[in-house]
Write a protein that binds this ligand. Sequence first.
Ligand code: WTA
Length: 649
Amino acid sequence: MEEIIEEIKALPLSKNIHPDVNILKSIYRKSLEDSESFWRKIAEDLFWYEKNGPVYEPKETPPYAYWFKQWKTNLSYNALDRHIENWRKNKVAYYWESESGERRTLTYYDLCKEVNRFAYVLKNLGIKKGDRVTIYMPMIPELPIAMLATVRLGAIHSVVFSGFAAHALADRINDCQSKIVITTDGAFRRGRLIDTKGIVDDALNHTKSIEKVLVIKRAGNDVNIMEDRDYWYHELVPSTNPYIEPERVEGIHPSFILYTSGTTGKPKGITHGTGGYMVWAYFTLKTVFGADDKDIFWCTADIGWITGHTYVVYGPLLMGLTSIIYEGAPDYPRPDRWWSIIEDYGVTIFYTSPTAIRMHMKYGEEWIKRHDLSSLRVLGSVGEPINPEVWNWYYKYIGQERTPIVDTWWQTETGGIMISPQPGLALVPLKPGSATLPLPGVDADVFREDGTPAKPGEKGYLVIKKPWPGCLITIWGDNDRFVNSYYRRFPGVYYTGDFAVRDNDGYFWLLGRADEILKVAGHRIGTAELEAAFLSHKAVAEAAVIGKSDPVKMQVPVAFIVLRPGYEPSPQLRMELTKYIKETIGPIATPQTIYFVEKLPKTRSGKIMRRILIAIVENKNIGDITTIEDETSIEEAKRAYEELKTMLS
Ligand code: WTA
């Protein structure tokens, strides 16, 4: 990769543009004009069993490209075996720390042996290429080990965030028809024991596809072991070090499914390929963070979300980096837990979310000042727009006005970072609140409603006009939904679902979602998913959920509920519904407020007027609502607004 970048950097620069902007622009141009040779050079940093045919092959239907279609590789080989053949063999891959302070250190060689032993167990349990493996686990080293063992066999993992409840887990198992669930007996969060295995047992009452459950001992709590279905990992794992030959899979073979919220009640099984995803995870980590062997990299995301998949597991291991996995809560037992981890391990690159930064802002600077954070050299932000105030605080107190902040925009669907400063290539002048420029290969634009490009300064929809290696390959089991969600609105162009504006320097400013998807403390939650959960409760006739702005979490869900005949609003019922949501989706979806109303404001065709509900909870005038749903007149909207206000008062 270095070679091609150096070649491009050596080209003559145009005048009157910042030199680093110039460099980025020429690399960017090259990546779009000559994608075949550009990505071939990047891909050569990684290992392939076969390199037949083109890197990039246009395809008639979405996502309009095959990446590495006939090339063959294996993600686990690239993440592990490749490194143990050289000096990195005994380099630390992960420093792991539990909430209670236990520590484990795993070198690349340790990790490789563990993954082979895990793969041996999975293989003996009958897992083979193409099988789906659901993983429901806390942040312990066995989580990445289980993922890598799965892809080693060419099987497909579906990691379900361990904060999801039984019902949500069951839905995700049923959708991909996985054969096995890997879990732990229990987990710890803020010192509390969580009965992980019990949640799995509940979920399995509502699924048919699971043949086996593999249980890793973590918390030592009593669990129910069902004969011929449940197996303790420690009873199956060999004491020797077997070698499991990695499955040689095609570039477009699915490597994993990760469920995320869409605009209907059913989560989408975002499916990533192998070759394109691998190149993207590797390339984006290198360009955005400029990481190398000296770095101690810490991405604080839970592995149950895409940020954890790409920047705790695959990206860092593909690059042979040393990184940190921390099991617990950011402020446990004290608000400086994170800062002490940075100090103890000498973390150099720190990647987190605006929600976490806002939480630490609330605790105050004193907690930071107790620690030496001088090892840090790059800070990252992901998951939500970071407003200038938070950016400046992050820069001043964590970065100590020395380190650049990379505000990275991307999605579960994009596999890795898409728009961000790229100090690994060249550091453009930063503007607090802007994710700056797209990465090489990312043909980003802002479109108006009618599909024409917006002018600088004009708000529109963020789109990606060309296929890029990290793009999802489909939605598991529902290719029509894949086409409709991403390529229907602007035919042939990837629709992100985000609002954005580009300034006169071509910098992108991300303005939040254009659809009914919420970001609650960085977690992506669909209002439709919450509504469906409410509607499955016997007392609920109608439900509308919207996002209310929140100073720390960015958004919190607020529900408007119409009860069925025979049910009366009461504080007890409100509590019962709140508990019900926690138990069906999970604690992250807990509604902040539930309003009982007699009816919901609707358009003539029966669509809920969400903007009116938003105006009510945000305490705004109806006049502040800029757009009203198409078929509603201002008068109708006003009437509905007043009616609802009276109902609530
Ligand atoms: C939002 C997370 C502004 C955006 C990696 C996107 C951001 C959604 C940023 C995807 C950012 C992510 N600035 N908004 N830097 N990063 N988003 O799938 O709305 O959990 O569409 O992936 O998060 O969320 P997801």
